[in-house]
Design a protein around this ligand. Structure first.
Ligand code: 3HC
Ligand code: NAI
Length: 705
C-alpha cells in the first residue's frame, strides 16, 4: 500500500492521493525530480495499486516544486541498473486501463518526456519546455522516446528533436502533437485534475501511443541525416545511433523497435563518449562550488562600467546589456567613443536579427541603458568596472589608479587581462581586496567561459560577486589563480609549443591542424592563430623574450610571417592565404620552416597523425597537471571546463584531464618520456602526474577528493 499524501514517510519521493475517483500522483524528488531508483519504484507501486483498485477512473501525474521530471537520474549511470527499469515502468503506465494524464510544467526532459509520452493525455503550462537531450550526454532516449515520439509527432520532427537534443516550447509541442493542450491554470495539480475530470465525464478511454503506426518516410531522410551529422557531429557515436533507433520505429513493430532502441542505448552507455559527456555535465556544475565562497553573499550588481571599447570591451558591454544590466563604456576620446558605440550597436542589431533581443529592448538600450563616454567620472556609481584596454601593464596601471580615485567604496575593479599579473594591477589601488581578474573570451557575448582570477588580496565576497555576475551573464565561471596566462592561456602556450615542436621535427602546420581537427578540435592551432591575429602571440613572445630560458628550443617560423606583415585573416595571409576560394595553405610558411630546420640542424622526419595528437595532448595534460598542482586550478575538472568552453576542445572527449584518465595516465607519462629524448626541456613530466601514476590514481580521484 502506498503512503497517503498526508502522512509521507521522509524518504518516499512519490505520493498518491485519490481525489474523488482520480488518482493523483505527485513526484517530489528535488531539485529536478530525476527518475531515481526510488522514484521509479514509487511510480511502479502507484500503478500496481491503481491496477488493484476499482474506484479509480483516471490518473494524473505531476511534479512538485519547480518542474515535472528532468529525466533519468544521471548519477545512477555507470552503476549496475536496478529494477524497475524505466522502459518497463513506462510500458506499465501506458498499459493502465484508465486514462492517464501528464500535467507538465518546468522542463519535461529525457526520461521525463518519455514518461509523459507513455501517458495517454498531456497538458502543459504555457512556459513549459520539452526535449530529449540524451544525445548531449552521449546516449539516446532509451525508454521508448525514439519509438513514441515519431508515432506521435512524425518521423522528421522526432529525428530532428532527438538528434539535436534541443528544447521545444509548449506552443511548438502543441503544434507538433507532442502535447494535447496548453492551460494557464497556475496550479499544476489542479490543471491535471481539471483535464482528468473532463476525460472521465466524456467517457474518454486510454490512448496508447505505441498502438499508432508511424508515418512512413523515404529512406533518403535517414541517409541525409546520417551525412549531415557525420559532418556536424564529427566522431560522435550518439547522433548516429539516434538515427538508427528512429529508423527502427519506421520498419519494426513497437516491441521490436523498443528492443532495437535498448541495444543501441546499451552500446552508448558503455562508450567513453558517454562517460566524457556526463563528466562535462557535472563538471560544469561543480566548478561553481568554490570552498572560499561557500555561504558568502555576493554584492549587488546593477551598473557595470567597461573601460575600452575594442574587440573585448564592446563584447563585454553587449553581454552585460543582453543580461539586462546598465552599462557605461569609457573610451579614450570622442572618436573612439563613437567607434565603440557603433560596435555595440551593430552587435546588438545582430541579436535583434537572430531573435535574441526585441526591437523594443534594443531601443531601450540605445536610448539610455547603454552609455558611452570619455569621462571616467561617469563611473562613480558603477558596481563593477571591467577594464579591457590594451594589454600593457603601464596602460592598465594608469587606468586602475584613475578608477581607485573615482569609484564608490565597495565597487569591484576587474581586469580582463589575458596574461598580466593581477596582483601587480591590484597594488596600484588603495583597495586590492576589491580587485579581481574577469577574463572573458572572444567574442565575449558568445563564448561561455569566464575565468575568475583571484588575486592574493581579493576578498571572498568579491570572488562570490564574480561568480554571481557570470551566472547572470549565462556564462560558466572557473576560478583561477594568478600566473602568466591563468588556466587556459598558460596551458595553451605550452601545447602550442608542442605543436611547433612537431612542425620543427617534420610535420607541416597544415598536417598538425588536420590531425587535431580529426581528433575533434573545432579548429587547428595554426588556423586559430590566424583568426586571433598572429601579432597577438608575437607581442607576447617579445614580452617574454628577456625571461626565456636559453635551453628552450624557440620556434621562429611564426615570427618570420609577422615580420613580413602577415598577421593572419585580418591581413589576408598568415599560415593560410584567405581569398575568394576560401582558406588555402600558405606555401611560404614551408620555406620559412625548411630554413629554420636547416639552421637548427634538424633532419625532418615523417610525423604520423597519431604522434601529432599524442604530442599535443601530452603537453596539454602535463601543463594542466602543473596548473592543478600549483593550485592555479582548484581541481582537474576546472581545467576540463576551461578547455571545453574557451578553447574548442571536443566536449565528447570530456576535456584533457578526462581524456588522460581515459587513455591512462601511464600512457601520457610514457609519451612525455619518449618525447623528452628529443627535447628534454619542453618535456619535463609534472610531479603530480608522476605521483598519480606511481599511486595508480586518476585525475578523477582528485575531483572526488
Ligand atoms: N539527474 C541527476 N541530477 C540532475 C539531473 C539529472 N537528470 N538534472 C539535473 N541534476 C542536478 C544537477 O547536477 C544539479 O545538482 P547540484 O545542485 O548538486 O549541482 C541540480 O540538479 C540542478 O541542476 P541545474 O543546476 O542544471 O539546474 P537548472 O535549473 O540550471 O537546470 C535542467 C535544470 C534544465 C533540468 C538541467 O539540470 C538539465 O538540463 N538537466 C539534465 C536534463 C537531461 O539531460 N535529461 C536527460 C537525462 S538522460 C535520460 O533521461 C535517459 C533516458 O532516456 C533513459
Ligand atoms: P583592442 O585593441 O581591440 O581594444 C582596446 C581598446 O582600449 C581600444 O579601443 C582603445 O582605444 C581602448 N583604450 C586604450 N587605452 C584606454 C584608456 N586609457 N582608457 C579607455 N580606453 C582605452 O584590444 P582587445 O583585443 O579588446 O583587448 C583588450 C584586453 O582584453 C587586453 O588586455 C587583452 O589581452 C584582453 N583580451 C583579449 C582577447 C582577444 O581575443 N582579443 C581575449 C581575452 C582577453
Amino acid at each position: 500500500m502506498l503512503p497517503r499524501k498526508e502522512e509521507p514517510p521522509v524518504s518516499n519521493p512519490v505520493l498518491m492521493e485519490v481525489v474523488d475517483d482520480i488518482a493523483v500522483i505527485a513526484i517530489a524528488n528535488p531539485p529536478v525530480n530525476a527518475l531515481s531508483h526510488a522514484v521509479r519504484s514509487g511510480l511502479d507501486a502507484a500503478f500496481a495499486e491503481i491496477a488493484r483498485r476499482d474506484d479509480v477512473k483516471a490518473v494524473v501525474i505531476y511534479g512538485t516544486d519547480r518542474t515535472f521530471i528532468a529525466g533519468a537520474d544521471i548519477r545512477e549511470f555507470g552503476k549496475p541498473p536496478q529494477e524497475p527499469f524505466l522502459p518497463d515502468l513506462i510500458n506499465r503506465i501506458e498499459a493502465c486501463v484508465v486514462p492517464v494524464v501528464a500535467a507538465l510544467h518546468g522542463t519535461a526532459l529525457g526520461g521525463g518526456l518519455e514518461v509523459a509520452l507513455g501517458a495517454h493525455y498531456r497538458v502543459a503550462v504555457p512556459n513549459a519546455r520539452f526535449g530529449l537531450p540524451e544525445v548531449t550526454l552521449g546516449i539516446l532516449p532509451g525508454a521508448g522516446g525514439t519509438q513514441r515520439l515519431p508515432r506521435l509527432a512524425g518521423v522528421e520532427f522526432a529525428l530532428e528533436a532527438i538528434t539535436s537534443g534541443r528544447q521545444i516550447s509548449a506552443d511548438e509541442a502543441l503544434k507538433a502533437g507532442v502535447i494535447d493542450r496548453i492551460s494557464d491554470t497556475s496550479d499544476v495539480r489542479e490543471m491535471g485534475l481539471t483535464y482528468a475530470r473532463e476525460l472521465v465525464a466524456s467517457g474518454a478511454t486510454p490512448r496508447r501511443t505505441s498502438e499508432l503506426s508511424p508515418v512512413p518516410v523515404a529512406a533518403e531522410v535517414f541517409d541525409a541525416a546520417r551525412t549531415r551529422l557525420a559532418k556536424k557531429a564529427r566522431g560522435q557515436l550518439a547522433p548516429q545511433n539516434c538515427i538508427k533507433a528512429v529508423e527502427g520505429a519506421t520498419r519494426l513493430s513497437f516491441a521490436e523497435g523498443l528492443a532495437n532502441e535498448r541495444a543501441l542505448f546499451q552500446e552508448l552507455m558503455e562508450s567513453d563518449q558517454r562517460a566524457a559527456l556526463i563528466h562535462a555535465f557535472f563538471a560544469e556544475r561543480q566548478v561553481a562550488k568554490v570552498p572560499e565562497i561557500k555561504d558568502v553573499a555576493p554584492r549587488t550588481i546593477d551598473q557595470i562600467g567597461v573601460i575600452g571599447g575594442g574587440t573585448m570591451g564592446a563584447g563585454i558591454a553587449v553581454s552585460a546589456l543582453l543580461a539586462g544590466l546598465q552599462v557605461t563604456l569609457i573610451e579614450r576620446d570622442a572618436d573612439a567613443v563613437a567607434r565603440a558605440e557603433a560596435n555595440v550597436s551593430k552587435t546588438l542589431q545582430g541579436s535583434v536579427k537572430r531573435g535574441k533581443l526585441s526591437q523594443e529592448n534594443y531601443d531601450a538600450i540605445m536610448g539610455g541603458t547603454f552609455r558611452a563616454s570619455d569621462d571616467y567620472a561617469t563611473l562613480a556609481e558603477a558596481d563593477v568596472v571591467i577594464e579591457a584596454v590594451f594589454e600593457s601593464m603601464e596602460v592598465k596601471k594608469d587606468v586602475f589608479t584613475k578608477l581607485d580615485a573615482i569609484c564608490k567604496p565597495g565597487a569591484i575593479l576587474a581586469s580582463n587581462t589575458s596574461y598580466l599579473d593581477v596582483n601587480e594591477i591590484a597594488a596600484m589601488t588603495s583597495r586590492p581586496e576589491d580587485v579581481i581578474g574577469l577574463h572573458f573570451f572572444s567574442p565575449a557575448h558568445v563564448m561561455r567561459l569566464l575565468e575568475i582570477v583571484v588575486a592574493d588580496k581579493t576578498a571572498p565576497e568579491v570572488t562570490a560577486t564574480g561568480f554571481a555576475l557570470a551566472k547572470r551573464l549565462k556564462k560558466v565561471a572557473v576560478r583561477a589563480g594568478v600566473c602568466d596566462g591563468f588556466i587556459g592561456n598558460r596551458i595553451l602556450s605550452h601545447y602550442r609549443k608542442a605543436g611547433d615542436g612537431a612542425v620543427l621535427a617534420g610535420a607541416s602546420p597544415f598536417e598538425v591542424d588536420r590531425a587535431l581537427v580529426n581528433f575533434g578540435l573545432a579548429m587547428g592551432p595554426y588556423a586559430v592563430s590566424d583568426l586571433a591575429g598572429l601579432d597577438i602571440g608575437w607581442a607576447t613572445r617579445k614580452r617574454l623574450a628577456p625571461t626565456r630560458d636559453p635551453r628552450e628550443v624557440y620556434a621562429e617560423f611564426a615570427d618570420r610571417l609577422c615580420e613580413a606583415g602577415h598577421f593572419g585573416r585580418k591581413t589576408g595571409k598568415g599560415f593560410y592565404v584567405y581569398g575568394e576560394e576560401g582558406q588555402v595553405p600558405n606555401d611560404e610558411v614551408l620555406e620559412h620552416i625548411a630554413m629554420e630546420r636547416a639552421a637548427k640542424g634538424i633532419a625532418a622526419r615523417k610525423i604520423s597523425e597519431q604522434e601529432i595528437v599524442d604530442r599535443y595532448m601530452a603537453a596539454m595534460v602535463n601543463e594542466a597537471a602543473r596548473v592543478v598542482e600549483e593550485g592555479i586550478a582548484l581541481r582537474p575538472l576546472d581545467v576540463d571546463v576551461t578547455l571545453l568552453n574557451g578553447y574548442g576542445f571536443p566536449r565528447w572527449r570530456g576535456g584533457p584531464m578526462q581524456y588522460a584518465d581515459t587513455v591512462g595516465l601511464d600512457k601520457i607519462l610514457a609519451d612525455i618520456e619518449r618525447f623528452a629524448q628529443e627535447d628534454d626541456f619542453l618535456w619535463q613530466p609534472a610531479s603530480l602526474l608522476k605521483r598519480l601514476v606511481a599511486e595508480g590514481k586518476t585525475f578523477a580521484d582528485l575531483n572526488n577528493a
